[in-house]
Design a protein around this ligand. Sequence first.
Ligand code: RIB
Ligand code: CA
Length: 318
Amino acid sequence: MHCLVIDLPGMKARLIIDCDPGHDDALALMVAHHFAEVLLVTTVSGNAPVDLTTANALRVLDLLEVATPVYSGAAEPLQGAPRYALHVHGADGLGGVDLPPPGRPAASGAVSQLIDVCEANPDAWLVALGPLTNLAQMFRLRPDLAERLPGISIMGGSAAGGNATPVAEFNIFADPYAAAVVFESGARIRMCGLNLTRQVMSSAGWLDTFRDQNNPRARFVVQLLTFLHERMVHLTGQAAAALHDPCAVLAVTHQQLFNFVPRPVTVELTGRHTRAMTVVDERPLPGSRPNVEVGYTVDSAALLSLIRTGILAGVSSI
Ligand code: RIB
Ligand code: CA
């Protein structure tokens, strides 16, 4: 049963998306292009090497028939070796789908493009769906941008349990030093961590609602989630997947469906067992200085309805 979410016309949010496609990044790009105006897509090493995440971003945008500029970014974290999630997303980062190769090239120079587009569009939210390497490099070059951005919506971290380790979420785990730079930047941060995104789960039943749709985007999502569900069966025993990245997009376009609480959050950099944990301080200490709006609850049914609408409706010009 789908709950109907009436989407009132109004000013569309304008977004800049940094991502590492990745199955859920692909869904996030589809949802963002329906509910918002996407000014720029930048790519980063994460779910797969950056040449693959870049190609995958271009392939998804080709499916949407949009010419959103794509700039490739960091091939490795600020410190240490790259970490990938190919066991989840497949050898090319978008396993299970039969999209053609990219129809256009990406440009390089994500960080300088992020700076230029953020400066030129002071109303545009940043949406970070992968490791935060590009954003950290942007703030290292231009710390003043932290105060100028309306906000950064991050899929990353967790207020309760990890996935890459018992306590660390993958996007933070893949580049904890970059995450620390971003969390300490002074920018307004809205954190959609695993504790929140695991409330928005695709299922076989939800996927079935796409099968009778004569629509290239629906066919793509059936392939995409069939692959991801099969991987999840091996990893979790369940044929279901948390739709992590679309949450960070909808946390900007449909904030009213979420509950965010300001909290002090730090990134653990040295713990033998806790490296890359986002340490959320929930103590009601007088004088505590929250730096992050931590997401705790979301209207899951409404989000699944919006994600489905965004996928089926495609890019909207209104
Ligand atoms: O931990 C989930 C996050 O890591 C998602 O953004 C997924 O795409 C991967 O990047
Ligand atoms: Ca991602």
